[in-house]
Design a protein around this ligand. Sequence first.
Ligand code: FAD
Length: 497
Amino acid sequence: MRKILIVGGGTAGWMTAALFGKLFQGLYDLELVESEAIGTVGVGEATIPTIKKYNELVQLDEAEFMQRTQGTFKLGIQFVDWLRPGHNYAHGFGIIGQDWEWLRCHHYWLRANARGRARDFAAYSINTAAALANKFMHPRLEMSESPIGHIVHAFHFDASLYAKYLRSVAEQHGVKRTEGKIVDVGVHDSGDIASVTLEGGQKIEADFFIDCSGFRALLIEQTLKTGYEDWSHWLPCDRAMAVPCARTEPLVPYTRSTAREAGWQWRIPLQHRTGNGLVYSSKHTDDDAAEKSLLANLDGEQLANPNRLRFTSGKRRKMWNHNCVALGLAAGFLEPLESTSIHLVQSAAIRLVRLFPDTATDQATIDEFNRQSDFEWERVRDFIVLHYWANQRDGSFWEYCRNMDLPATLQRKIDLWRSNGRIFREGDELFGEESWIQVFLGQGIVPRSYDPLVGIKSDPQIEQFLGNIAATIDRCLEVMPAHSAYVSKYCPAEPVA
Ligand SMILES: Cc1cc2nc3c(=O)[nH]c(=O)nc-3n(C[C@H](O)[C@H](O)[C@H](O)COP(=O)(O)OP(=O)(O)OC[C@H]3O[C@@H](n4cnc5c(N)ncnc54)[C@H](O)[C@@H]3O)c2cc1C
């Protein structure tokens, strides 16, 4: 194993190149081919907190990274009209309240709420409460007794600026960039990929290939015919339309997702503009109606024409096949409802580092990589499907979602939750208990009861416990700065001409 070729210079390609350049420290020859004529998908602006780990691995300075990508902070996602019109809730990152005598806070909340003696669930999460108040600060880790010690953040950023930034990091670590359009792929008798040929005839050989060619899946599908697991019966949206608009105030520290007639609309606040898009099902609405709906619901002046995209939710049957690993959109697509795609790139790239082979086709290693990838993707899929299934909205799209059969892994979680409000994080699945709890409650799935251990406490004790948490969070909000003020001080980006 001497040479690794990364095909594609979108977010996936440059994230992989920067990480490999940094970690492999010259052990392999690293080259990336991209085609400006083809370009990148150009969307993907909201992240989850795990991205901080990636940024640390490639040693990005947070303030500099945010300046260079027009970044803002993200404390969670607000879901508007998802359960039914007029209702909203949030999925805030981080902890909710605090555990008490073995039990998660939500068990006490369920009991108090059933008696009409609790505030909205959001009042017990520092992240959600701060997000909805448009406040932000970094956690004070030394204050572990205070909610301020437990603020958890991710970012919104301009994806093309992020890829550009990572390109400079990758090149500093010796990754060679080649511009050109791949027109042919050479294959050995074994079925392994041997080389790619660019328009103009240049041939690039390598021992190992990372397919980051986006929806085209140039190597993993067009060449290796790996096959695709179609999940559109669970995730029926198959189109998206993205459009930027002018920044508006306040600069909110959360992504907003609003349910629409046949899908949902995102709003992602950046320093220089707001990113918007509609994800929808072409079986339930047409492109013109979708565009009209998107453009009628922008907060600021429209800055460009909508960019239309098509996709099929699902994943490659094998993320690693022969001497090729697919990352990013070439690996599959899970719609951006919980901002998971960039995370899936990062975690697959890290998984590949952990399982990097000494020969390109060690089958046990390949099988383990694919097993771990499948598990991760399936669990993220389940979490996204839950949002759609648990709805009380009108319309053929939402009725379809409400009546669809669920993956067995999700059904099991729902059944357990419905009995006594219990949820357990399994293995390395991405979303933790707090995430599931917020979406279950937000989407109106209230358990039959709570953990019987709650009975150890009296109702006044429970009310006092919850009241103290909410009051402490209220006091924290008073001292937290406004998100826009924090961004202006910590990471002001250059205005865009
Ligand atoms: C509507 C939508 C919204 C999204 N929102 C989010 C979000 O909020 N958060 C999130 O985490 N993710 C989001 N994503 C996903 C995110 O955009 C992608 O995961 C990310 O951009 C990675 O894309 P990529 O690099 O795999 O593909 P691309 O950006 O498409 O890059 C493909 C690369 O391959 C190159 N290439 C292709 N064919 C050839 C060829 N023949 N020769 C040479 N080069 C070639 C192209 O030039 C390009 O450089 C979203 C995706 C969509 C579709």
